[in-house]
Write a protein that binds this ligand. Sequence first.
Ligand code: AMP
Length: 290
Amino acid sequence: MKLIRRIADVRAEVARARRDGRRIGFVPTMGFLHEGHLSLIDRCQELADWVAMSIYVNPLQFVPGEDFERYPRDLERDRKAVEERGVDLVFAPDDRELYPGPQTVVVTPRRLADRLCGLSRPGHFEGVLTVVSKLFAIVQPDVAVFGQKDYQQTLLIQKMVADLDLPVRIEVAPTVRDPDGLAMSSRNDYLSPEERQRARRISRALAEAVKDYRAGQREAGSIRARVLATLEAGGGFDVEYVEVVSGDELEPLERVGDDTVVAVAARVGATRLIDNVRLGNPDPGLEALV
Ligand code: AMP
């Protein structure tokens, strides 16, 4: 496994792999890796025979006042974890390598970014799409794998690839959870033991939404109210949103179906957590709670 800092060196390694006839897979991350990230590598290895991962905390996608400075970083630990998992290349640039000057051109979504997480994080998805398109241009992968945990992000990336005719296949892998249901996240590291306990309510609330759906509930308003009530029971939670939306367009719904996504963002103490479930197809960790 090679740890590479420079764009030119990544290009050279990818060119070599391609000359050898390899199909190139790519997993972009911000590091401080957990099993959720590593599951994306596993999926990528099923779809490609040479896998690159990027580890880069992208300043462009942090809104002023967010946790850019204190976002957890541990490149040495990450390097060991991906080495064991069989990644071929890790690209870990510094800010000057990726952004040598101010960006004159960025990728701005016209739709879908003005809801859910976009409301409290204006400019966030512009930062995400800009860095992902830069990384795609550097690695030129045949396939790239993203996690359903960041549902709105996966949707916007799929729309970007379609709208800009980018020659990459986007694969979405299921959310990986701790045994108690909490979706894994680098930010879980911020939680105190007591906050960690409280955070379990998010996955429990989503499991209840699935239960209600399976029992025949089709009213989006009722499902939303049930999720909200579970989140707010006992306090200690600052709910940012609970949305019941179509999986393809994030449209608010009155009636739900298999493709409906229930998405939640909430603050536990100072930590912002997000999670979601597709009602007709819960990830295995959530299924275990239903
Ligand atoms: P991040 O490092 O948080 O930017 O995430 C990098 C990639 O890992 C994104 O595609 C995320 O959706 C994905 N990811 C993060 N957490 C999880 C999880 N618990 N399960 C599956 N994928 C995840």
